[in-house]
Design a protein around this ligand. Structure first.
Ligand code: KIV
Ligand code: NA
Length: 272
């Protein structure tokens, strides 16, 4: 099969609503990408790798090097899904030219098709600059984790009328600047509904609304790898328990010398 393209994703909302919702998950490694790829339209190499892979307290310390290394691994592990890579904090905010250099490096070093960046109206000129120069951009509004130091936490956004209006304006500005897709994270449901209706590009929800044009989750969260996850995460598996039980069995067999057995050891071939 052929890999999903930006125009194909955009055209899902051609008639103003998305008949076939867009399936998106994060991926950070080759093997996980291989497993998710057949089921997804978009694989996002999120800067959530900060917490998921590196145990960092926020996404703020993530570097271009980290995003490029994991982005390349996910591209190598997929053949069907469109791969998008997050631009890390500090690699784009100061201006369109820095953003272009960073985004170009991500595309060149990973082979991904698109980048994602956080922010609203202030980032619109940067989105336009990238799009006009051949770099497809996904926007990200609402709860923008790279701004955790300004927001003061990871609570839902758009609770007040003023904040909801601001986020709606942010989403419109990024869409008008040419973003082919928009992630709406951690926003009130009604705001997500309004935003989905207000823009012509697909809106992908995470902690948003079922009326969005698609959904995304952090893969480790939905697989039950973490004890504490946000309210908007539904757990589709309990891998932490699976892994705990498997490793406990292994440890017991090592300590009891019942692993390895003949099946797992090399012995001389019988001589004829
Ligand atoms: O970094 C990430 O995983 C994301 C998604 C949650 C949208 O930005
Ligand atoms: Na992110």
């Amino acid at each position: 099969g052929k890999r999903m393209t930006v125009p194909a994703i955009k055209s899902r909302k051609a008639d103003g609503s998305t008949a076939q919702p867009i399936v998106m998950l994060t991926a950070y490694t080759m093997r996980m990408a291989q497993l998710l790829d057949p089921h997804c339209d978009v694989l996002l190499v999120g800067d959530s790798l900060a917490q998921v892979i590196y145990g960092l307290p926020s996404t703020v310390p993530v570097t271009l090097e980290m995003m490029c290394a994991h982005g390349a691994a996910v591209v190598r592990g997929s053949w069907h899904s469109l791969v998008a890579v997050d631009m890390p904090f500090g690699s784009y905010e100061s201006g369109p030219e820095l953003a272009f250099a960073s985004a170009a490096r991500i595309l060149k070093e990973t082979g991904c098709a698109a980048v994602k960046l956080e922010g609203g109206e202030a980032m619109a000129p940067t989105v336009r600059f990238l799009v006009e120069r051949g770099i497809p951009v996904i926007g990200h509004v609402g709860l923008t984790p790279q701004a955790v130091n300004a927001l003061g936490g990871y609570g839902a956004r758009g609770r007040s009328e003023a904040e909801a209006a601001k986020i709606l304006a942010d989403g419109r500005a990024i869409a008008d600047a040419g973003a082919f897709m928009l992630v709406a994270e951690g926003v009130m449901e009604a705001l997500a509904d309004d935003l989905t209706r207000a823009v012509t590009c697909p809106v992908i929800g995470i902690g948003a609304s079922a009326t969005c044009d698609g959904q995304v989750l952090v893969i480790d969260d939905m697989l039950g790898m973490f004890e504490r996850v946000p309210r908007f995460v539904k757990r589709y598996a309990d891998l932490a328990t699976e892994i705990d039980q498997a490793v406990a069995r292994y440890a017991g067999e090592v300590r009891g010398r019942s692993f390895p057995t003949a099946e797992q050891t090399y012995r001389p071939k019988p001589q004829g």
